[in-house]
Every structure is written in C-alpha cells, then in structure tokens.
Design a protein. Structure first.
Length: 168
C-alpha cells in the first residue's frame, strides 16, 4: 500500500513551484528561453522522497544527521512496507515516482526533454512555467501540507481534481 497517487503527483509538480511563481511575477513573459523549467529525474526523486520520509523537501543539514521525533508522522512512517522496499522493486518508492512522472507526462503537465537538448544527461523533464496558475499552486501547496493519514481526504476535491486533470 502506498500514499494516494495524487499526493505523490502534487510533490512531483511542486519541484517547479518556486521557479513557476518567479516566472508568473516577471512582467515580460515573452522570454521563451526562461519559460521551461528543467529537472533531472534524480532531483525529482530526491525532493519527493525527502518530503515522504522527513515531511520537508528543504534541508540545510546533512540528511544522515536528521532524526524525527517519534510523534512526528510522515508518509514513510504510515506506509513502511512501501517506503522500505528496494528502489528497483516494482512496488517501491522509485518505481512509484517513475510511474507518477509518466502519468503527469500523459496528462500534459510535464514533458521529457528531447535528447538533443539534454546534452549528455538523460532523464530530464521540463514544465511550461505558466502551466499552473498562482491560485492552483496555492491549492497544491495546501494539499502538500496535509497531515499524513491512512484515510486522508483531500479537501476541495473537485477543485483539486480539476487542477490535476483527474477524471472522475
């Protein structure tokens, strides 16, 4: 059992949050070269995994030195049988994130960067920074900040599904 896919989708999309908001706030949206934010799969994986394991994607310290209070609930604590699986496992975190990246590509949120543009690196993804509006980012941040629970209910579900283009 894993957290709701929508929770993972939100965390993947939030990898572009700051860059998109910066782009929304500039006056000249004609700067095409700035319009697409690029992320490597390993960066996406690390950010999402940190959020699931530690409850945050931003750290100033070495991750090995982080210890969580036993009372602090994270998605990893709620789903240890999923989180502790080896990365190569089809039911583990890495595979789940890979599948959710593909789902977001299928829904048109992100796209794989053409190999010609990547240079030597593989597994690069990009998002049109105007794809998600400022108010939609606020909704996604609210979802990200939900307290992890087994029976989590996403508030404003209709609005949330519209933002994520989920079919009922």
């Amino acid at each position: 059992m894993a957290p709701l896919f929508e929770i993972i989708d939100v965390e993947i999309l939030l990898c572009w949050h700051d860059e998109s908001l910066e782009y929304w706030l500039i006056d000249d949206h004609s700067l095409q070269e700035m319009r697409y934010g690029k992320r490597h799969r390993s960066n996406i994986f690390t950010l999402v995994k940190n959020k699931i394991e530690f409850g945050s994607t931003k750290f100033d310290a070495n991750l090995e030195n982080i210890s969580l209070d036993d009372g602090f609930i994270t998605w990893a604590k709620l789903y240890p049988e999923w989180f502790d699986r080896p990365d190569w496992d089809a039911l583990g975190v890495r595979k789940t994130i890979d599948h959710r990246i593909q789902a977001l590509i299928n829904r048109g949120f992100i796209e794989k960067v053409p190999r010609v543009m990547m240079g030597h690196s593989r597994d690069m993804f990009q998002m049109d920074l105007l794809e998600i509006t400022i108010s939609e980012w606020e909704l996604l941040k609210d979802i990200s900040n939900l307290e992890p629970k087994i029976d989590v209910v996403v508030p404003k579900l209709t609005q949330f599904k519209e933002v994520l283009r989920v079919n009922n």
